[in-house]
Design a protein around this ligand. Structure first.
Ligand SMILES: [Zn+2]
Length: 213
């Protein structure tokens, strides 16, 4: 019996948990998403950036339906391969923007511990690699803000006011600020404003998805 358990433990994880598509949860998918779902998603790619409080933000998809499901599951189940695949696409949108530096929107350390990793950092890393740019952790969170989803519209803005500070000065760089999703844009605005205070000449956003309103 003990030997059996030992044998089971030595199996690769994929054998115990075959890689199922994050989106439809029915078909097998080696890299997190099956071919059919991937084709569906590609049809939904957005083609224009959107302005949030004057900042240009590029996103791949609207945050709804299959995309929302994939991103939510990615966040909590450590879907590194899928995050990497999406970020590779996002790099295509950003390559002609004249950027100098990639900065991820920081998660509070307590939240990163809960999840075990920062999805935003991972996306930032892939973007930096694809675009041939350095990534620096210029910003940090001052406090543990309540999850935005639990708050009403007016509370959302005040919840985030002063949420970020910079820990190093910049020297006129054009910065790509990366987050996984942008909804109201308050988080992005707070972080981007702080980068300008730090000395960035310009801030452009890159996110996997944006809110549909
Ligand atoms: Zn699927």
């Amino acid at each position: 019996m003990i030997r059996k358990v030992k044998n089971l433990l030595s199996l690769p994880l994929e054998f115990l948990y075959p890689p199922i598509c994050t989106v439809c949860e029915s078909k097998l998918a080696e890299d997190g998403i099956c071919e059919g779902c991937w084709e569906d998603l590609l049809e939904k790619l957005l083609d224009k950036p959107k302005l949030y409080f004057g900042f240009k933000v590029f996103s791949l998809f609207l945050y709804e339906g299959k995309v929302r499901r994939a991103i939510e599951r990615m966040k909590y189940s450590n879907m590194r391969t899928l995050a990497t695949k999406f970020a590779g696409f996002l790099a295509e949108y950003l390559k002609d923007e004249g950027l100098d530096l990639v900065v991820p929107v920081p998660l509070h350390p307590a939240r990163r511990r809960e999840r075990g990793f920062s999805q935003t950092r991972l996306i930032g890393k892939v973007l930096a690699h694809e675009l041939g740019l350095p990534m620096r952790f210029v910003l940090f969170r001052n406090r543990y803000t309540s999850p935005q989803a639990l708050l009403g519209a007016s509370e959302r803005a005040s919840n985030l006011r002063g949420a970020f500070s910079y820990k190093e000065c910049l020297n006129g760089e054009s910065v790509l600020l990366v987050d996984d999703v942008i909804t109201t844009g308050y988080t992005f605005y707070e972080a981007a404003s702080e980068l300008l205070k730090a000395g960035a000449s310009r801030v452009v956003g890159g996110t996997l998805a944006r809110g549909s309103v």
